[in-house]
Write a protein that binds this ligand. Sequence first.
Ligand SMILES: *[C@@H]1O[C@H](CO)[C@@H](O)[C@H](O)[C@H]1NC(C)=O
Ligand SMILES: *[C@@H]1O[C@H](CO)[C@@H](O)[C@H](O)[C@H]1NC(C)=O
Ligand SMILES: *[C@@H]1O[C@H](CO)[C@@H](O)[C@H](O)[C@H]1NC(C)=O
Ligand SMILES: *[C@@H]1O[C@H](CO)[C@@H](O)[C@H](O)[C@H]1NC(C)=O
Length: 519
Amino acid sequence: MSRTIFMLLGAALLPAVSVFALPNPPTNPADSNERPQGYMPYSTPASDRAQAVIDVFRTAWDGYHTYAFPHDELHPVTNGYSDSRNAWGASAVDALSTALVMGQKDIVNQILDHIATVDYTKTATEVSLFETTIRYLGGMISGYDFLTGPLKGVADKKSNIDALLSQSKSLANALSFAFETPTGLPYNTLDFTTRTNDGSPNGLATVGTLVLEWTRLGDLTGNLTYTRLTQTAESYLLNPKPASSSPWPGLLGTNINVTTGEFLDASGGWVGGDDSYYEYLIKMYVYDPERFASYRDAWIAAADSTIAHLTSHPSTQPNLTFVAAYDGHKLKLVSQHLACFGGGNFILGGQVLGQQKYIDYGLKLVDGCHDTYVKTATGIGPEVFGWDSKTVPKGQEAFFKEAGFYVLNPSYDLRPEVLESFYYAYRATGDPKYQDWAWEGFQAINRTTRVGSGYSNVNDVNVAGGGGYGDFQESFWFAEVLKYAYLIQADEQEWQVAKDGKNKWVFNTEAHPFKVARA
Ligand SMILES: *[C@@H]1O[C@H](CO)[C@@H](O)[C@H](O)[C@H]1NC(C)=O
Ligand SMILES: *[C@@H]1O[C@H](CO)[C@@H](O)[C@H](O)[C@H]1NC(C)=O
Ligand SMILES: *[C@@H]1O[C@H](CO)[C@@H](O)[C@H](O)[C@H]1NC(C)=O
Ligand SMILES: *[C@@H]1O[C@H](CO)[C@@H](O)[C@H](O)[C@H]1NC(C)=O
């Protein structure tokens, strides 16, 4: 995934800067000869690694099921829960496709029994069209594709399979008033009780990350209204206005006036708030190359402009490649954990288009994001990092020299993007180095975030132990981190990303696999 809104209104990409000194030089678990506590041997075969990820999944599920189900998420430190996603059971729905690919039949059926009971037409709290689409609609559609396809025998009750589709329709119908605007561009923040919206501009990622889920739903149900609503919205992104909002061909601004259909700025990048718009351009082409050739062309324009204009090498480690953000033509040498999906997306694009240059570029981005993991004290990369030699935070000069980046926000929110890109790199190249990187990264995450009844976000990846817990286990821990950590070690299956670019499945931004239209 990529996704969450990092900056909606603020055109500037200004992360919360935390200036801190490093008491000790960071140690890199992968570089030391001794295995730190909590790590399994390097030689662990892939099948045992895959089983170890399943064990972590079951531990996390048990904690959630005991203390939080059917609420949205577990607070693992205090054994509490919260409902930040409308109290429809976000962690359960997000865990479904992971439980399916891992073959955890008992958990699959617990989740299916829950989904059949949800009332998606009601919620007391504000609804994000984007988050609801990628987590709930995505999770249910993926479950439906698996349970009516290659994993047919897994559900105990047939009525629960039918419920996945009827509940998807019910949810999409409840959301659809979002599109009732002069342009057809939706509002993102909705109130179901009053059928109103918050009136604020929408964003590139939040508009541009609906079309895969709603098109799949249109194809599965025959109700082409789902398709039309999101493709109309997407048309404002494919033909952006005013021209000044696109500093280079294919690269766009971030905020969009829903009433006029015009962009309000020219700042963006492959970062949160923009990211999954670019991701979905090529994934729509994977989903159906006949209907989505124009999306492919928009991806190629964005990819070529990125290579030509946003490629950046830190002065202290010129071999590393990062992608800069921008405000108009002015580059900002800042990136994010979220943006690390980019390497995998370039690799996917290169594979399906048969263009080695995109694969090679993606692999360089994967190297850069790997560096952000192995150079920190925990072996996990930070939320936000920079490499502008003119603005190195006090106390991080030595770290910048050695690592090639400095830390601007040191937290880790159980995000998947680095493991996700390792996964695409492994699938494209078959090089077991990427399995090893994912194994190291996952063990660092397991060691640092395991607490109480589950896994928690942590405050500081650059102090040993992670600097304290935020007590929040995101639903995408189940949907994404555990899925990519597992799939990169797991056996060949039709839903794995293809090695030859001929994919039978495509993953939504929340890592829920959908059957492609013309498999
Ligand atoms: C098709 O979807 C639209 C949009 O959600 C909805 O209003 C309409 O009732 C649906 N049509 C049918 C036949 O279900
Ligand atoms: C969007 O455009 C409308 C119509 O021109 C205008 O009234 C409104 O203030 C604009 N909103 C923003 C946030 O720019
Ligand atoms: C950078 O890359 C060059 C060419 O591959 C290599 O010779 C050199 O050792 C690398 N430098 C560092 C600091 O990794
Ligand atoms: C995860 O951590 C637990 C201890 O908390 C350990 O028993 C297990 O082997 C670890 N698994 C992986 C894959 O690192």
